[in-house]
Design a protein around this ligand. Sequence first.
Ligand code: PEP
Ligand code: MN
Length: 333
Amino acid sequence: MVIILKPNPGAAQVESLRKFLEQKGLQTHLSEGSNQTVIGLVGDTSRVDMEMLKALDIIEDVKRIQEPYKDANRKFHPDDTVVTVGDAKIGGGNFAVIAGPCSVETEEQIITVAKAVKAAGAKLLRGGAFKPRTSPYAFQGLRAEGIRLLLEAKKETGLPIVTEIMDLSQLDLFDEVDVIQIGARNMQNFELLRQIGKQNKPVLLKRGLASTYQEWLMSAEYIMASGNRNVILCERGIRTFETQTRNTLDVSAVPVVKHLSHLPIIVDPSHAIGISRYVPPLSMAAVAAGADGLIIEVHNNPACALCDGAQSLTPENFAKLMQKVENLRSVLK
Ligand code: PEP
Ligand code: MN
């Protein structure tokens, strides 16, 4: 249940309303937006007298909500969440592109790619250090050394870095990482979500390969319920019956999840399609659908990449795509 307060409610009145509700055994979540203040009620609200509440002076309206997520729910938090990372803002009309290789391979590779994507307009650098690979015999990432090299690239270019954590035991290595990525395979690793929610770095939460919007938002809820509200959702394609492409980009996720949640949502066309030639048209589709950003794999030599070369753009093609995205965004304004 959500209680929408009249504009500029007095702090003392809000406090006494919360006390009154808490005495009924309910938890209250206060959310003060720029336009509206709302109180979300968690618990058994079946015996709450909605009409009585509506009659109170400071209350504008009371609504029952069915969704089991509260912190991630737009009904409870009508204003868009804007996540700030360095100079970049994501959400609430702010758009940012994250780009870089699937995996960090060498110092020269990550610094070359970082400089190229920055010159093309990317605001953040991605690069995997801990890689979730289907085969235990495939390249697993440079691990701690990969994070060290990402930090070198950050020093060299000033770009904030985004990299995936696979296990809590790695958390100490993430001290200077700017955005912690939770990959598709870990979207429902609830203990990881809970612990990542206890630290305050922004989290990039990828959608699981076969997860519904509600399951995905419940995972965001785990992070938020632990205290961290800086969650960026990432649609990265889902498993379907199609075998021609790596996954299927669910463009519907962008408008639907934006309606359900105030969290920013970005799109990863690289993992969705798996084939570099189709990354530009999917990126355009994502922008047209209202995505708050893109995360794109770029490699200085895709043919020799240790991971995901087939879906990686060259720096030249990435720069061309950035121009197209810019043009599209200017007509959409
Ligand atoms: C990645 O971004 O490199 C990655 C492994 O993505 P996902 O978890 O979406 O497969
Ligand atoms: Mn990849």
